[in-house]
Design a protein around this ligand. Sequence first.
Ligand SMILES: C[S@@+](CC[C@H](N)C(=O)[O-])C[C@H]1O[C@@H](n2cnc3c(N)ncnc32)[C@H](O)[C@@H]1O
Length: 132
Amino acid sequence: MRNVERFRDRYAVSGDPALLAAEFDALGTDYSANGYTTPLQAEEIGDWLALGEEDLLLDVGAGCGWPGLYLAKRHGCAVISLEPVPEGMPALRARASVDGCGEQAWPVVADAVAIPLRPKSVDAIVHADVLC
Ligand SMILES: C[S@@+](CC[C@H](N)C(=O)[O-])C[C@H]1O[C@@H](n2cnc3c(N)ncnc32)[C@H](O)[C@@H]1O
């Protein structure tokens, strides 16, 4: 799976309380983020996309769910969190549950090279720190 292999070890420890505490100190959020996108930047993206409760958002390279889950909670939209590395999925599901967004959050383990969705089946797409 090419360069994404390096994320396996990182996501295997996601959800660790010490990591979440450090993230909260640094960013003010604890979504097991694995990049540089701040909550303020995520909020700007969500506002710019004008996400609403009827929308389906696709978060490409979602890692453990950042920022798609945050946007789903903030805007009430549904989110497909697409990520080829499965090790982050337990943390993603746990976070969605904590946020009360479990019904709105659909994790999909897949590579964006071949997104397993029909054309025009989502309303908006985000990616955070994926093209790095
Ligand atoms: C720096 S991490 C950012 C994760 C998350 N968006 C965040 O901000 O916490 C980049 C992510 O992109 C994913 N990624 C890399 N290549 C990808 C591809 N071809 N399709 C989907 N995701 C990919 C990696 O597996 C990794 O989880």
